[in-house]
Structures are given as structure tokens and as C-alpha cells.
Design a protein around this ligand. Structure first.
Ligand code: FAD
Length: 403
């Protein structure tokens, strides 16, 4: 048992206090991980996490749980690999089974452009100490026998990048594990508490207005994923973010047939099989902006036909459920984690379609940033002002398939 743990429930449900040292807005994975590392690593325990809905009910509970660190640029490889290393010890640290499974991730290449980009990325990964291998089509077949590597598909498989340490985890368990551990360290997790305004004194934050009254804090950390631009606008900040629906689906429960993760940019689908047996498939973003957690049926249809091109064996599987989340997409497909022009107001957003894998690393560096009022070297390049300086971190290649 964790210190201060309650035997009968995973976390308390306290009423908000009038003030805290730090308020974190959003009880998704990033907000919860931030609160945990603030308490655990920095000794800051007078922290409230405010969640307008229920804990883990946003993108955290809606994603397809793919974890990997094989991004192209040094800055990205550093932060995502730091996150992957944290994943590797997280179940022990949180004392909670996260069903973390390093079953390997394949990114398929279907044309010469894909192959060149993929091989370049494998080399870049290896220079950065990230495990990465280039496989030809036979190698792909060896890792994943049910992928069609014949010449029959519209876009035949020419090869793939392979990250053996990549994999999946159970998203709910990750949220609950962080929540339980943060609560045990004294963090207040407050659900059903929507932030409706930010209290400012000039260019300093003083607290938040919420659906449960005013709560004061000298430090307010946004971790609201698809709603970050709405919250930032309350402080007069306009973020370089577009919010899009992103959909996924699961099949009925099947025997285990797929023991790795397979992704394809070209036909646009990514597939894994959950521990319970359902096939978990993700699509690309719906093209329009919006805040409704749903999307168009045509996107699901395209995603399923892409899956069938790659896996003819799925032809008679039935879809059980589809759903959507709202993802926050930046112009360079990289996150924003750091300070804002408002003193005491911090920003963690823009993880777009790929922030689940970043959960531990993001919480770790964000907590450091809040505790020191300065970025950690790992998130310093991911500042908001890169969109003014032009120091972009363009990960459209590595992040092209939404995951
Ligand atoms: C369908 C889908 C598939 C995905 N697949 C993957 C994948 O395979 N791998 C991967 O790495 N990433 C994936 N992602 C992306 C990943 O889910 C997100 O990048 C990540 O979850 C975002 O961080 P979060 O968990 O903190 O967000 P969220 O869980 O969305 O947390 C933000 C929270 O803020 C709350 N909030 C918003 N406004 C307010 C307010 N005013 N007051 C209080 N609270 C507020 C919301 O209710 C929400 O709970 C996927 C996303 C989707 C939608």
C-alpha cells in the first residue's frame, strides 16, 4: 500500500479549498502525472487538479494507447525516450498494474518516399540511443505474420521501421494509478469542477473561477488537451492550435492474433489487439475543427478499408464500438510545454494525436517547470515562442499517422 492510501477507494473526493499553491486544470493523464511528480519529486503537495467532467474521461480514456519514442529530431527523441524509460518502471513506481506491454511497433512503408523517410528516421533514432530497426517486407512478415506483404494490396508493403520497446498500456489504469498515488501524497482531485475564468492581476495569475466557486493559486498549470485554446483565451492568449475530432474503434473480442502494433501512414490506420481480445484501431483526424467528441462515419469507413487491405484476416470481424476525442494539433506536430507571457500560468498542450505515450515524460518535465518557474532542458525547446522565433520541431513525418 502507498503511504496515506485508503483501503476502500482509490482517491478521496474533497471539496475544493479556497486556495492552493498550485492548480492543475484537467485530470487527464498529463494533469494527473504532473500533480503526482509535483508532490513526489518536488515536495509540492498543496495541489488541486480540477476536472470539469470525470477523471480520465477525456482523451486519456479514449486513445488507442500506442507507446513509442521513434521520433525524428533530437529534441523529440529526448523527451519521448525519457517518457518511454519512465514507462518501463512506472507500474512498480505507482504500485499499480498498468498492463504495459512492450510488444513492438511497426511503421509500414508503402512507397519509395516512405522508405527514404523511414530509413532516415531509423538512423536518427539510433544516433539518439532509441532502439530502431529497418525491416524489409520479409522481416515485417516475420514479426507480424498476418500482415499481407504480397503484391496484391493497392499499396504493397515495402518494409517498416520497428521499435521493439514500443507497445501499449491500459489507459484507464494509467490515469487511476497516477490519481491514486497523487491522492496518497495529499493532492486534491476535484471532479465536476469546470474552470470558467482565469483570475489575473495585470500579467500575473491569481487563481481560477470555477463552477464550484473561486479558487486562488499563485501557479496555474493548464493540461486541458483539446480545450487548451479555450482556457488560454481566458487569459487573452491566442494559441497556435487547431482542435480536431480523432476517432477510434474496437472490434468484438477475438482470439489473440496480433502480438505487435502495426501502423501505416499511407493507407492511414493503426492496429493493436488489447489484452482482452478486441482489435483496437485508430483513424486519422476528421478534417474540420470542433469540440464535439464524435466524428464522421466516412472516416471510420476509410479506416476499416485500410485495415482490411493490410489484414485480410479481419474481413469477418465486427465493429463493437466507435468513439471520438478532441485533439490539439500544432503547426509542427510537436507539443507546447512551458511558460506563458502571464507570470505563474503554465501551458502543456499540443500533444495532438500522440500524447498518451508522452504522459509520464510530460508530467515529469511539466512538474519541474512549475516547481522552478523555468523549463527543464527536455522541454525547453518545446516553448510557445518557437512559433515566433521559427525554431520549429517538425515531426509531421513521425507523427503523420495519428497515434
Ligand atoms: C481516438 C484517439 C486515439 C489516440 N491514440 C493515441 C495513441 O495511440 N498513442 C498516443 O500516444 N496518443 C494517442 N492519442 C492522443 C492522447 O490521447 C492525447 O494526446 C493525451 O491523452 C492528451 O493528454 P491528456 O490525457 O491530459 O488529455 P485529456 O484526457 O483530454 O485531459 C484533459 C482534461 O481537461 C479537462 N478540461 C477541459 N477543459 C476544462 C475546464 N475548463 N475545466 C476543467 N477541466 C477541463 C477535460 O475534461 C479533460 O479531462 C489519441 C487520442 C484520441 C482522441
Amino acid at each position: 500500500m502507498l503511504e496515506h492510501e485508503h483501503p476502500d477507494f482509490l482517491w478521496r473526493s474533497p471539496d475544493p479549498k479556497p486556495s492552493y499553491d498550485v492548480i492543475v486544470v484537467g485530470a487527464g493523464g498529463h494533469g494527473l502525472a504532473t500533480a503526482y511528480y509535483l508532490a513526489k519529486r518536488h515536495g509540492i503537495t498543496d495541489v488541486a487538479v480540477l476536472e470539469r467532467g470525470w477523471l480520465g474521461g477525456g482523451n486519456m480514456g479514449r486513445n488507442t494507447t500506442i507507446i513509442r519514442s521513434n521520433y525524428l529530431w533530437d529534441e523529440s527523441a529526448a523527451i519521448y525516450e525519457h517518457s518511454l524509460k519512465l514507462w518501463e518502471g512506472l507500474a512498480e513506481e505507482l504500485d499499480y498494474d498498468l498492463l504495459f506491454s512492450q510488444r513492438g511497433v511497426l511503421n509500414l512503408a508503402h512507397n519509395l518516399g516512405d522508405v527514404r523517410e523511414a530509413v532516415r528516421r531509423v538512423h536518427a533514432n539510433r544516433l539518439n540511443g532509441v532502439d530502431a530497426v529497418w525491416l524489409d517486407a520479409d522481416g515485417v512478415k516475420e514479426v507480424c505474420p498476418i500482415v499481407d506483404t504480397s503484391a496484391a494490396p493497392r499499396y504493397p508493403v515495402l518494409g517498416a521501421t520497428y521499435q521493439p520497446r514500443g507497445g501499449i498500456a491500459k489507459h484507464d489504469h494509467v490515469a487511476w494509478g497516477y490519481a491514486r498515488a497523487a491522492d496518497a501524497l495529499g493532492v486534491d482531485l476535484i471532479q465536476g469542477c469546470e474552470v470558467t475564468g482565469l483570475l489575473l492581476d495585470g500579467d500575473r495569475i491569481e487563481g481560477v473561477e470555477t463552477s464550484r466557486g473561486t479558487i486562488r493559486a499563485g501557479r496555474v498549470a493548464l493540461a486541458a488537451a483539446g480545450h487548451s485554446s479555450v482556457l488560454a483565451a481566458m487569459a487573452g492568449l491566442r494559441l497556435p492550435i487547431q482542435s480536431h475530432p480523432l476517432q477510434a474503434l474496437v472490434s468484438e473480442l477475438l482470439e489473440q492474433v496480433l502480438d505487435c502494433v502495426v501502423m501505416s501512414n499511407a493507407v492511414h490506420v493503426y492496429v493493436s489487439q488489447a489484452h482482452k481480445g478486441e482489435l483496437v484501431m485508430g483513424a486519422g483526424i476528421d478534417a474540420y475543427n470542433g469540440y464535439g467528441q464524435r466524428g464522421g462515419v466516412h472516416v471510420i469507413e476509410a479506416q476499416m478499408s485500410a485495415a482490411l487491405e493490410l489484414f485480410p484476416i479481419f474481413a469477418r470481424a465486427h465493429v463493437l464500438r466507435t468513439w471520438g476525442g478532441i485533439v490539439d494539433v500544432t503547426p509542427d506536430a510537436s507539443p507546447i510545454v512551458g511558460l506563458t507571457p502571464i507570470s505563474g500560468l503554465y501551458l502543456n498542450c499540443g500533444w495532438g494525436t500522440g500524447g498518451f505515450k508522452g504522459t509520464p515524460g510530460s508530467g515529469w518535465v511539466y512538474a519541474h517547470t512549475i516547481a522552478h518557474d523555468a523549463p527543464h532542458p527536455l522541454n525547453a525547446p518545446f516553448s510557445l515562442d518557437r512559433f515566433e522565433t521559427g525554431a520549429l520541431i517538425d515531426e509531421h513525418g513521425a507523427a503523420a499517422v495519428a497515434h
